[in-house]
Design a protein around this ligand. Structure first.
Ligand SMILES: [Zn+2]
Length: 414
Protein backbone atom coordinates (compact mmCIF):
# COMPACT_ATOMS: atom_id res chain seq x y z
CA UNK A 1 0.00 0.00 0.00
CA UNK A 2 2.86 2.36 -0.78
CA UNK A 3 0.55 4.56 -2.70
CA UNK A 4 -1.33 5.59 0.37
CA UNK A 5 1.51 8.02 0.88
CA UNK A 6 0.16 9.76 -2.18
CA UNK A 7 -3.09 10.70 -0.56
CA UNK A 8 -2.81 14.24 0.60
CA UNK A 9 -4.84 16.71 2.55
CA UNK A 10 -7.78 17.90 0.59
CA UNK A 11 -9.92 20.88 1.11
CA UNK A 12 -13.14 21.82 -0.51
CA UNK A 13 -14.23 25.22 -1.67
CA UNK A 14 -17.94 25.38 -1.27
CA UNK A 15 -20.44 27.63 -2.93
CA UNK A 16 -24.12 26.98 -2.63
CA UNK A 17 -25.91 27.42 -5.89
CA UNK A 18 -29.37 27.13 -7.27
CA UNK A 19 -29.11 25.99 -10.84
CA UNK A 20 -31.33 27.01 -13.74
CA UNK A 21 -32.85 23.55 -13.61
CA UNK A 22 -34.03 24.31 -10.11
CA UNK A 23 -31.71 21.67 -8.70
CA UNK A 24 -30.26 22.80 -5.44
CA UNK A 25 -26.72 21.69 -5.00
CA UNK A 26 -23.35 22.80 -3.82
CA UNK A 27 -20.33 23.48 -5.91
CA UNK A 28 -17.34 21.79 -4.47
CA UNK A 29 -13.86 21.39 -5.48
CA UNK A 30 -11.23 19.45 -3.76
CA UNK A 31 -7.69 20.68 -3.92
CA UNK A 32 -4.75 19.42 -2.00
CA UNK A 33 -1.79 20.57 -0.14
CA UNK A 34 1.14 18.28 0.16
CA UNK A 35 1.89 18.64 3.82
CA UNK A 36 0.65 15.33 5.09
CA UNK A 37 0.26 11.82 3.94
CA UNK A 38 -1.96 9.27 5.62
CA UNK A 39 0.48 6.41 5.60
CA UNK A 40 -0.88 4.92 8.79
CA UNK A 41 -4.18 4.21 7.06
CA UNK A 42 -2.63 1.09 5.61
CA UNK A 43 -2.81 -0.76 8.89
CA UNK A 44 -6.44 0.08 9.39
CA UNK A 45 -8.85 -2.76 8.78
CA UNK A 46 -12.20 -1.41 7.73
CA UNK A 47 -15.57 -2.92 8.33
CA UNK A 48 -18.90 -1.91 6.86
CA UNK A 49 -20.11 -1.00 10.36
CA UNK A 50 -17.25 1.34 11.00
CA UNK A 51 -17.81 4.01 13.65
CA UNK A 52 -16.15 7.28 12.89
CA UNK A 53 -15.40 10.11 15.29
CA UNK A 54 -16.09 13.55 13.86
CA UNK A 55 -15.41 16.83 15.58
CA UNK A 56 -18.66 18.73 15.12
CA UNK A 57 -19.54 22.41 15.31
CA UNK A 58 -15.79 22.79 15.29
CA UNK A 59 -15.87 26.43 14.17
CA UNK A 60 -18.18 27.54 16.98
CA UNK A 61 -16.80 28.72 20.31
CA UNK A 62 -19.44 27.09 22.47
CA UNK A 63 -19.86 27.90 26.15
CA UNK A 64 -23.20 26.24 26.69
CA UNK A 65 -25.72 24.01 24.90
CA UNK A 66 -28.78 21.82 25.31
CA UNK A 67 -28.63 18.13 24.45
CA UNK A 68 -32.08 16.71 23.71
CA UNK A 69 -32.67 13.09 22.61
CA UNK A 70 -35.09 12.72 19.67
CA UNK A 71 -34.94 8.94 19.38
CA UNK A 72 -33.43 6.53 21.87
CA UNK A 73 -32.70 6.48 25.56
CA UNK A 74 -29.35 8.10 26.35
CA UNK A 75 -27.08 7.31 29.28
CA UNK A 76 -25.10 10.15 30.78
CA UNK A 77 -21.64 8.79 31.50
CA UNK A 78 -19.47 11.12 33.58
CA UNK A 79 -16.06 10.21 34.96
CA UNK A 80 -16.71 6.72 33.64
CA UNK A 81 -19.92 6.31 35.68
CA UNK A 82 -23.51 6.21 34.52
CA UNK A 83 -25.04 9.10 36.49
CA UNK A 84 -28.46 9.38 34.83
CA UNK A 85 -30.40 8.56 31.71
CA UNK A 86 -32.50 10.84 29.53
CA UNK A 87 -35.10 10.36 26.82
CA UNK A 88 -37.05 12.59 24.47
CA UNK A 89 -38.92 14.18 27.39
CA UNK A 90 -35.70 15.67 28.77
CA UNK A 91 -32.97 18.06 27.86
CA UNK A 92 -29.53 18.21 29.40
CA UNK A 93 -27.83 21.57 29.72
CA UNK A 94 -24.06 21.43 29.44
CA UNK A 95 -21.89 24.47 30.15
CA UNK A 96 -18.16 25.03 30.49
CA UNK A 97 -17.31 26.36 33.95
CA UNK A 98 -13.63 26.67 34.89
CA UNK A 99 -12.58 24.01 32.39
CA UNK A 100 -15.17 21.53 33.72
CA UNK A 101 -18.49 20.56 32.24
CA UNK A 102 -21.41 21.59 34.40
CA UNK A 103 -24.47 19.39 33.85
CA UNK A 104 -28.05 20.35 34.61
CA UNK A 105 -31.14 18.30 33.93
CA UNK A 106 -33.69 21.07 33.61
CA UNK A 107 -32.47 23.20 36.50
CA UNK A 108 -31.39 20.28 38.67
CA UNK A 109 -27.57 20.23 38.96
CA UNK A 110 -25.87 16.89 38.22
CA UNK A 111 -22.36 18.04 39.06
CA UNK A 112 -19.21 19.10 37.24
CA UNK A 113 -17.00 16.71 35.30
CA UNK A 114 -13.99 16.92 32.98
CA UNK A 115 -15.41 14.47 30.44
CA UNK A 116 -18.94 13.43 29.56
CA UNK A 117 -20.28 10.85 27.19
CA UNK A 118 -23.87 10.60 25.98
CA UNK A 119 -24.42 7.06 24.92
CA UNK A 120 -27.42 5.11 23.65
CA UNK A 121 -27.73 1.38 23.07
CA UNK A 122 -30.94 1.69 21.06
CA UNK A 123 -31.00 0.76 17.39
CA UNK A 124 -32.07 4.21 16.30
CA UNK A 125 -30.51 7.10 18.17
CA UNK A 126 -30.86 10.73 17.22
CA UNK A 127 -30.25 13.84 19.29
CA UNK A 128 -30.63 17.55 18.86
CA UNK A 129 -27.99 20.07 19.87
CA UNK A 130 -29.24 23.56 20.59
CA UNK A 131 -26.44 26.01 21.21
CA UNK A 132 -27.29 28.52 23.94
CA UNK A 133 -24.04 30.47 24.02
CA UNK A 134 -23.59 31.45 21.24
CA UNK A 135 -27.28 31.21 20.37
CA UNK A 136 -27.78 29.07 17.25
CA UNK A 137 -30.65 27.09 15.87
CA UNK A 138 -30.72 23.39 16.67
CA UNK A 139 -29.05 20.69 14.61
CA UNK A 140 -29.68 16.97 14.57
CA UNK A 141 -27.07 14.23 14.81
CA UNK A 142 -27.13 10.44 15.00
CA UNK A 143 -25.49 8.07 17.46
CA UNK A 144 -23.28 9.09 20.37
CA UNK A 145 -21.55 12.21 21.62
CA UNK A 146 -18.43 12.84 23.72
CA UNK A 147 -17.85 16.21 25.35
CA UNK A 148 -14.91 17.81 27.04
CA UNK A 149 -13.56 21.31 27.45
CA UNK A 150 -10.82 22.71 25.26
CA UNK A 151 -9.36 26.15 25.96
CA UNK A 152 -12.49 27.14 27.84
CA UNK A 153 -14.96 26.01 25.18
CA UNK A 154 -16.88 22.80 24.50
CA UNK A 155 -15.26 20.19 22.33
CA UNK A 156 -17.85 17.91 20.73
CA UNK A 157 -17.01 14.57 19.13
CA UNK A 158 -19.84 12.77 17.35
CA UNK A 159 -19.18 9.03 17.37
CA UNK A 160 -21.26 8.17 14.38
CA UNK A 161 -21.89 5.06 12.35
CA UNK A 162 -19.99 5.54 9.13
CA UNK A 163 -23.10 5.49 6.95
CA UNK A 164 -24.94 8.06 9.06
CA UNK A 165 -21.94 10.34 8.60
CA UNK A 166 -21.79 9.57 4.84
CA UNK A 167 -25.46 10.53 4.48
CA UNK A 168 -24.84 13.86 6.22
CA UNK A 169 -21.83 14.59 4.03
CA UNK A 170 -23.74 13.64 0.86
CA UNK A 171 -26.46 16.13 1.72
CA UNK A 172 -23.91 18.85 2.48
CA UNK A 173 -22.14 18.21 -0.81
CA UNK A 174 -25.02 17.49 -3.18
CA UNK A 175 -27.92 19.40 -1.62
CA UNK A 176 -31.24 17.90 -0.72
CA UNK A 177 -32.97 17.88 -4.09
CA UNK A 178 -30.88 15.69 -6.38
CA UNK A 179 -31.58 12.21 -7.78
CA UNK A 180 -31.18 8.84 -6.08
CA UNK A 181 -28.57 7.70 -8.60
CA UNK A 182 -26.51 10.85 -8.21
CA UNK A 183 -26.60 10.45 -4.43
CA UNK A 184 -25.15 6.96 -4.89
CA UNK A 185 -22.16 8.50 -6.66
CA UNK A 186 -21.74 11.18 -4.02
CA UNK A 187 -22.02 8.73 -1.13
CA UNK A 188 -19.38 6.41 -2.62
CA UNK A 189 -17.02 9.36 -3.00
CA UNK A 190 -17.73 10.55 0.55
CA UNK A 191 -17.04 7.05 1.91
CA UNK A 192 -13.85 6.73 -0.16
CA UNK A 193 -12.63 10.07 1.13
CA UNK A 194 -13.55 9.34 4.76
CA UNK A 195 -11.74 5.99 4.85
CA UNK A 196 -8.77 7.31 2.88
CA UNK A 197 -8.30 10.10 5.42
CA UNK A 198 -9.40 8.31 8.56
CA UNK A 199 -6.20 9.28 10.39
CA UNK A 200 -6.18 12.89 9.36
CA UNK A 201 -6.84 14.16 12.90
CA UNK A 202 -5.40 11.18 14.74
CA UNK A 203 -3.04 13.36 16.77
CA UNK A 204 -6.02 15.34 18.09
CA UNK A 205 -7.93 12.23 19.09
CA UNK A 206 -10.61 12.04 16.42
CA UNK A 207 -10.89 10.98 12.76
CA UNK A 208 -12.26 13.90 10.76
CA UNK A 209 -13.45 17.45 11.31
CA UNK A 210 -16.72 18.84 9.96
CA UNK A 211 -15.13 21.57 7.84
CA UNK A 212 -13.90 21.85 4.23
CA UNK A 213 -10.50 20.72 5.54
CA UNK A 214 -12.03 17.23 5.67
CA UNK A 215 -15.63 17.00 4.39
CA UNK A 216 -18.41 19.41 5.24
CA UNK A 217 -20.85 17.84 7.70
CA UNK A 218 -23.81 19.70 9.16
CA UNK A 219 -25.29 16.69 10.92
CA UNK A 220 -27.75 13.98 10.09
CA UNK A 221 -29.59 13.71 6.81
CA UNK A 222 -33.25 12.77 6.88
CA UNK A 223 -33.60 12.91 3.08
CA UNK A 224 -35.08 9.56 2.02
CA UNK A 225 -33.25 9.37 -1.33
CA UNK A 226 -29.93 10.05 0.38
CA UNK A 227 -30.54 7.37 2.99
CA UNK A 228 -31.57 4.91 0.27
CA UNK A 229 -28.47 5.75 -1.79
CA UNK A 230 -26.13 5.26 1.17
CA UNK A 231 -27.78 1.93 2.03
CA UNK A 232 -27.71 0.77 -1.61
CA UNK A 233 -23.96 1.45 -1.84
CA UNK A 234 -23.09 0.18 1.64
CA UNK A 235 -19.38 -0.56 1.94
CA UNK A 236 -18.59 0.53 -1.62
CA UNK A 237 -15.44 2.53 -2.25
CA UNK A 238 -13.31 3.42 -5.27
CA UNK A 239 -9.73 2.18 -5.53
CA UNK A 240 -7.03 2.52 -8.16
CA UNK A 241 -5.09 -0.28 -9.81
CA UNK A 242 -2.95 -0.72 -6.68
CA UNK A 243 -6.06 -1.18 -4.54
CA UNK A 244 -5.45 2.21 -2.94
CA UNK A 245 -8.42 4.39 -2.10
CA UNK A 246 -8.47 7.13 -4.71
CA UNK A 247 -8.25 10.84 -4.13
CA UNK A 248 -11.81 11.40 -5.26
CA UNK A 249 -11.58 14.98 -6.51
CA UNK A 250 -14.66 16.61 -7.97
CA UNK A 251 -15.84 20.02 -9.08
CA UNK A 252 -19.01 21.76 -10.19
CA UNK A 253 -18.74 21.87 -14.00
CA UNK A 254 -15.91 20.84 -16.35
CA UNK A 255 -16.99 23.12 -19.22
CA UNK A 256 -16.81 20.18 -21.61
CA UNK A 257 -13.44 18.73 -20.67
CA UNK A 258 -11.93 17.72 -17.34
CA UNK A 259 -8.30 18.39 -16.42
CA UNK A 260 -5.23 16.21 -15.95
CA UNK A 261 -4.32 16.38 -12.25
CA UNK A 262 -0.74 17.50 -12.99
CA UNK A 263 -2.01 20.68 -14.67
CA UNK A 264 -3.41 21.89 -11.37
CA UNK A 265 -1.67 19.87 -8.67
CA UNK A 266 1.65 19.36 -10.41
CA UNK A 267 1.32 15.62 -9.90
CA UNK A 268 0.02 13.10 -12.40
CA UNK A 269 -2.48 10.66 -10.93
CA UNK A 270 -3.28 7.71 -13.20
CA UNK A 271 -7.01 7.94 -12.56
CA UNK A 272 -7.34 11.72 -12.77
CA UNK A 273 -7.06 12.08 -16.55
CA UNK A 274 -8.63 14.68 -18.79
CA UNK A 275 -11.83 13.44 -20.43
CA UNK A 276 -14.09 15.09 -23.00
CA UNK A 277 -17.31 15.68 -21.11
CA UNK A 278 -20.28 16.68 -23.23
CA UNK A 279 -22.63 15.94 -20.29
CA UNK A 280 -21.64 19.19 -18.61
CA UNK A 281 -22.33 21.45 -21.58
CA UNK A 282 -25.96 22.38 -21.10
CA UNK A 283 -25.78 22.63 -17.34
CA UNK A 284 -26.02 25.84 -15.28
CA UNK A 285 -22.31 26.45 -14.81
CA UNK A 286 -21.18 25.53 -18.32
CA UNK A 287 -20.34 29.11 -19.33
CA UNK A 288 -19.23 32.38 -17.80
CA UNK A 289 -17.83 35.75 -18.89
CA UNK A 290 -15.63 38.37 -17.30
CA UNK A 291 -14.68 41.74 -18.72
CA UNK A 292 -11.63 43.78 -17.70
CA UNK A 293 -9.56 46.65 -19.07
CA UNK A 294 -7.05 45.33 -21.60
CA UNK A 295 -4.36 47.44 -19.95
CA UNK A 296 -5.03 45.81 -16.57
CA UNK A 297 -4.72 42.37 -18.11
CA UNK A 298 -1.41 43.24 -19.76
CA UNK A 299 -0.06 44.87 -16.60
CA UNK A 300 -0.98 41.80 -14.61
CA UNK A 301 0.89 39.56 -17.07
CA UNK A 302 3.95 41.80 -16.97
CA UNK A 303 4.12 42.30 -13.21
CA UNK A 304 3.15 38.84 -12.03
CA UNK A 305 4.62 36.68 -14.82
CA UNK A 306 7.18 38.89 -16.51
CA UNK A 307 5.34 38.30 -19.77
CA UNK A 308 6.91 40.38 -22.61
CA UNK A 309 3.94 42.70 -23.28
CA UNK A 310 6.23 45.21 -25.03
CA UNK A 311 6.55 42.69 -27.88
CA UNK A 312 3.63 43.25 -30.27
CA UNK A 313 3.28 39.58 -31.12
CA UNK A 314 3.31 38.59 -27.46
CA UNK A 315 0.68 41.24 -26.79
CA UNK A 316 -1.47 39.91 -29.60
CA UNK A 317 -1.15 36.37 -28.20
CA UNK A 318 -2.32 37.56 -24.78
CA UNK A 319 -5.23 39.61 -26.17
CA UNK A 320 -6.52 36.86 -28.45
CA UNK A 321 -5.85 33.74 -26.41
CA UNK A 322 -7.81 30.74 -27.61
CA UNK A 323 -8.61 27.47 -25.82
CA UNK A 324 -10.67 25.02 -27.80
CA UNK A 325 -9.37 22.18 -25.70
CA UNK A 326 -7.87 22.66 -22.26
CA UNK A 327 -4.39 24.15 -21.98
CA UNK A 328 -2.30 24.41 -18.83
CA UNK A 329 -0.51 27.64 -19.78
CA UNK A 330 -0.70 30.75 -21.86
CA UNK A 331 2.61 30.48 -23.74
CA UNK A 332 4.76 32.75 -25.81
CA UNK A 333 8.16 31.44 -26.94
CA UNK A 334 9.12 29.77 -23.72
CA UNK A 335 7.37 32.24 -21.42
CA UNK A 336 4.69 30.30 -19.60
CA UNK A 337 1.83 31.80 -17.67
CA UNK A 338 0.12 29.01 -15.70
CA UNK A 339 -3.64 29.35 -16.13
CA UNK A 340 -4.03 27.97 -12.63
CA UNK A 341 -2.39 31.07 -11.22
CA UNK A 342 -4.39 33.38 -13.54
CA UNK A 343 -7.54 31.77 -12.21
CA UNK A 344 -6.48 32.23 -8.59
CA UNK A 345 -5.23 35.79 -9.00
CA UNK A 346 -8.21 37.07 -11.01
CA UNK A 347 -10.76 34.93 -9.13
CA UNK A 348 -12.06 33.31 -12.30
CA UNK A 349 -14.52 30.44 -12.22
CA UNK A 350 -12.18 28.14 -14.18
CA UNK A 351 -8.94 27.99 -16.19
CA UNK A 352 -10.89 27.02 -19.32
CA UNK A 353 -11.30 30.41 -21.04
CA UNK A 354 -10.51 32.17 -24.28
CA UNK A 355 -9.87 35.91 -24.54
CA UNK A 356 -11.41 38.31 -26.99
CA UNK A 357 -10.75 42.05 -27.32
CA UNK A 358 -13.59 44.57 -27.39
CA UNK A 359 -12.35 48.17 -27.68
CA UNK A 360 -10.18 48.90 -24.64
CA UNK A 361 -11.37 45.78 -22.85
CA UNK A 362 -10.71 42.09 -22.89
CA UNK A 363 -13.50 39.60 -22.35
CA UNK A 364 -12.78 36.23 -20.81
CA UNK A 365 -15.14 33.74 -22.41
CA UNK A 366 -15.10 30.95 -19.88
CA UNK A 367 -16.34 27.38 -19.61
CA UNK A 368 -17.01 25.39 -16.45
CA UNK A 369 -16.72 26.08 -12.75
CA UNK A 370 -14.06 24.69 -10.45
CA UNK A 371 -10.60 23.18 -10.84
CA UNK A 372 -11.83 20.65 -13.39
CA UNK A 373 -10.17 17.57 -11.86
CA UNK A 374 -12.06 14.29 -11.45
CA UNK A 375 -15.83 14.16 -11.46
CA UNK A 376 -17.92 17.00 -12.80
CA UNK A 377 -20.97 17.16 -10.52
CA UNK A 378 -23.29 18.74 -13.07
CA UNK A 379 -22.17 16.30 -15.78
CA UNK A 380 -22.73 13.42 -13.37
CA UNK A 381 -26.23 14.71 -12.58
CA UNK A 382 -26.96 14.92 -16.29
CA UNK A 383 -25.65 11.38 -16.86
CA UNK A 384 -27.89 9.95 -14.15
CA UNK A 385 -30.90 11.83 -15.59
CA UNK A 386 -30.12 10.30 -18.97
CA UNK A 387 -30.26 6.82 -17.46
CA UNK A 388 -26.60 6.07 -16.75
CA UNK A 389 -26.01 4.42 -13.39
CA UNK A 390 -23.56 5.37 -10.67
CA UNK A 391 -20.95 2.87 -11.93
CA UNK A 392 -21.06 4.42 -15.42
CA UNK A 393 -20.53 7.84 -13.89
CA UNK A 394 -17.57 6.78 -11.75
CA UNK A 395 -15.84 4.94 -14.60
CA UNK A 396 -16.42 7.85 -16.94
CA UNK A 397 -14.74 10.44 -14.71
CA UNK A 398 -12.10 8.26 -12.99
CA UNK A 399 -9.92 6.11 -15.23
CA UNK A 400 -8.89 2.51 -14.51
CA UNK A 401 -10.50 2.44 -11.11
CA UNK A 402 -12.38 -0.34 -9.39
CA UNK A 403 -15.48 -0.17 -7.33
CA UNK A 404 -15.03 -2.61 -4.49
CA UNK A 405 -16.45 -3.47 -1.11
CA UNK A 406 -14.29 -2.36 1.79
CA UNK A 407 -14.18 -5.99 2.89
CA UNK A 408 -12.25 -6.79 -0.30
CA UNK A 409 -9.84 -4.01 0.62
CA UNK A 410 -9.24 -5.84 3.91
CA UNK A 411 -8.45 -8.97 1.95
CA UNK A 412 -5.74 -7.17 0.02
CA UNK A 413 -4.42 -5.50 3.13
CA UNK A 414 -3.96 -8.73 5.02
ZN1 LIG B 1 -10.23 18.20 9.03
Amino acid sequence: MKNLAKIFFACIATTTLVGASGIFYTNKEKTRDKKTSTKKTERKIFSTNEVISVKILSQSKIKSLLFAPEKGLYQIIANGKNIASIDAQNALKISVVNDSLELKLFEKPLGRYPFVKLLSFDEEKVFKLKLLNPDRKGRFFSDNLSLSSENGFLRLINESKLDNYIAGVSEAEAGSRSSLEFYKVQSILARTYALGHINKHQAEGFNLCDQTHCQVFFGRSAESDILRAVAATKGKVVVDENMTLIDAAFHSNSGGQTVNSEDVWGKAMPYLRSVKDSFSLKMPNARWQRKMAAQDWLSYLKIKHNYPVEDSLARKTALHFLQETRKANLEFYGVRVPLKSVRNDLQLKSTFFSIETQGDSVVFLGKGFGHGIGMCQEGAMRMTKMGYNYKDVLHFYYKNVHLIDIKELNFFRE
